[in-house]
Design a protein. Structure first.
Length: 338
């Protein structure tokens, strides 16, 4: 039978708790291992070397303590970047996932609304297994929020937080995801912002009860001033900081005139998810990372303040895997090597 502390550790892993708690638990685990081996009459010196060899692997496996051995999170990808591969009815999901993994991608965030349907035509548990088989982890999925107040529901009938929050939560829990992420929601009027914020608060609470968390992904409109406030300010100011987070799209924030580092200072640890995206200053459109105007070195240098745990490369305009590969190479050469 597994000791109670191992069961506790598993729950903590699902919740992605902070490094300090995880390290204390690992220390207890090591003590447990030492005691078990001692009971089997191993030499004390041997016990020490065994425990020392196990500790790094145990720590690395837990995302909350990964930062002890790697300064930044592993490379992730938002699958919207490769929709040219995924958005077809003859999709071979396994082959595409293997191709993504071959680029060095370790974590996936999925998008919705492809021709093959939610989760690319698979049940969440089946899709998660295919991601795992490819050597990656399925972290979260993008969903829609609420529609403008002059519309009862969406024009395309897609799942959204207003009408389908329980379904969304149940499906992502089945797939083992740790994050529900709203990709867009009505924010053009103050009434829409309030309705969006109410939906986010409910989803954040529901996610927490299922050992998941909820985040809101920004574009540019979230920073527009409406009656003295913005969706960004209102959402973060009117919700529980432990239940509603931001997935910061670095490029769209910069394009809106925001400074990501100043955002981290204003709302520390509210940005556990990033979309790592660059903007071409000539076209004001997404481009290969490292070829645009986003100051990634400054942003990554302040990453600890943001509370970042997962980073997903996204290039809305990508048309080939080569572009993704160039972004991966630039990040490895200029950011992740430090």
């Amino acid at each position: 039978m597994k000791p109670a502390i191992w069961i506790l550790r598993q729950n903590l892993h699902q919740n992605e708790t902070n490094e300090i708690i995880c390290c204390l638990i690992f220390a207890i685990e090591i003590q447990y291992i030492i005691e078990m081996i001692n009971r089997r009459s191993f030499l004390k010196a041997g016990v020490t070397s065994i425990a020392a060899s196990l500790l790094p692997n145990m720590l690395y496996e837990d995302s909350a303590s990964r930062g002890m051995f790697n300064k930044f999170p592993p490379l992730g990808l938002q699958t919207y970047t490769v929709r040219f591969l995924l958005n077809n009815k003859t999709l071979n999901t396994r082959l595409v996932l293997e191709q993504i993994a071959s680029l060095g991608i370790k974590e996936l965030e999925t998008a919705t609304g492809t021709l093959s349907g939610l989760y690319y035509g698979h049940k969440p548990k089946i899709f998660a297994a295919m991601v795992n088989d490819a050597g990656m982890r399925w972290v979260g999925n993008h969903v829609r929020g609420v529609y403008p107040s002059n519309k009862e529901t969406g024009p395309d009938g897609r799942t959204n937080l207003k009408d389908n929050m329980k379904q969304i939560t149940d499906e992502l829990a089945e797939g083992g995801c740790s994050w529900i992420v709203c990709a867009n929601s009505a924010v053009s009027t103050l009434d829409d912002i309030k309705r969006t914020t109410e939906a986010f608060a409910k989803t954040g609470e529901a996610a927490r009860k299922r050992n998941m968390r909820f985040a809101y992904h920004n574009h540019q409109s979230e920073f527009n001033k409406i009656e003295g406030t913005s969706a960004y300010e209102y959402v973060l100011g009117q919700t529980n900081k432990d239940e509603v987070f931001m997935e910061l799209d670095l490029a769209w924030a910069v394009q809106a005139g925001m400074d990501p580092v100043e955002m981290f200072k204003q709302y520390p640890h509210r940005f556990p998810l990033w979309h790592v995206k660059d903007i071409d200053p000539a076209t004001n459109r997404p481009c290969i990372i490292g070829q645009g105007k986003v100051n990634f070195k400054q942003i990554y240098a302040n990453s600890k303040l943001s509370g970042v745990q997962h980073t997903f490369i996204e290039q809305d305009s990508a048309t080939s895997v080569v572009e993704v590969e160039k972004s991966v190479d630039w990040l490895r050469s200029n950011i992740l090597k430090s």
